[in-house]
Design a protein around this ligand. Structure first.
Ligand code: NAP
Length: 261
């Protein structure tokens, strides 16, 4: 990976980063897949640190629950952006860019977190429609949304785009099919965006690999596993906070595993 080294932060320091209580004050941050799992906790955590969070996801009722949770904890008023990444058009994403521009005037951060697992099966037998859907949600829609929102994050003083990878994205593994391939693509996308922007903008692109975390997706992937043996989304939030905070200015093109083996 062609990248600038992580200024003064090692990956260990990113994993154990301690954010100041108001470190995200005045930031506008969009989180995809904000209705459940890691995305929900990231949205709540960003709001707790002062950010105005734009909650994007497929199921409006789940986003409404997160909205209420943010209000209950006294965070800045969030916004709900229902969007199905499996079917959303590029025009809809440009409309989203217009809406954010009009309502908020800027966008400081994007956490691309939404994702689906698809099937765990050999490529030889992989269902073609499922393959296309996984690639659409986990990869193509991530590219489309990033491109559509680029004018906004480029205009921010210190824009940060964070992609979500996986261990099988960094090291492809048998039976992980489209999921592994989509995450490999995401890592490549982050690298290419970094190379194409680092000379001319302050905008930074990085990837987080959360590692095995107690969510519905993990339970589907490893049904025999005891969920209590896993870290919770809350446990891994230091890395999520780091990449949205100004402490990560200048950190570009990194893939940080939050739970290295
Ligand atoms: P999760 O609990 O299944 O949550 C996934 C989120 O993505 C949900 O909020 C879901 O919304 C949203 N989503 C799914 N399809 C969507 C669509 N078509 N349009 C918009 N939103 C959609 O998964 P998670 O474990 O929190 O995973 C979060 C991210 O971390 C994913 O990118 C995953 O690949 C990655 N990851 C997770 C682990 C882990 O151990 N948990 C490990 C490595 C990487 P709905 O609920 O409305 O469908």
């Amino acid at each position: 990976m062609t990248s600038t080294p992580a200024t003064s932060f090692t990956h260990d320091q990113i994993r154990t980063y301690q954010a100041q209580p108001n470190s995200l004050a005045d930031k506008i941050i969009l989180v995809t897949g904000a209705g459940s799992g890691i995305g929900r906790v990231a949205a709540l955590t960003y709001a707790q640190h002062g950010a105005t969070v734009l909650l994007l996801g497929k199921t409006t009722s789940k986003l409404e629950e997160v909205y209420d949770e943010i209000e209950a904890l006294g965070g800045p008023q969030p916004a709900i952006l229902p969007l199905n990444l499996a079917s959303a058009s590029y025009t809809e994403m440009q409309q989203l860019e217009n809406l954010i521009s009009k309502e908020f005037g800027r966008l400081d951060g994007i956490l691309h977190n939404a994702g689906i697992l698809g099937e765990l099966t050999p490529l030889e037998m992989y269902d073609i429609d499922t393959f296309a859907k996984v690639m659409q949600v986990n990869f193509t829609a991530v590219f489309m949304l990033t491109q559509a929102l680029l004018p906004l994050v480029k205009a921010a003083t210190s824009g940060s785009v964070v992609f979500t990878s996986s261990t099988v994205g960094t090291h492809p593994r048998a039976f992980w099919g489209a999921y592994a391939l989509s995450k490999q693509g995401v890592e490549g996308m982050s690298d290419i965006f970094t190379q194409e922007t680092q000379a001319t903008t302050t905008l930074r692109f990085n990837c987080i690999n959360p590692g095995g975390t107690r969510t519905n997706m993990r339970a589907h992937a490893f049904p025999g596993e005891n969920p209590m043996s896993l870290k919770t989304p809350e446990d891994i939030m230091p890395g999520y906070l780091f990449f949205m905070s100004d402490d990560s200015i200048g950190v570009r093109g990194q893939v940080v595993a939050l739970q290295p083996k």
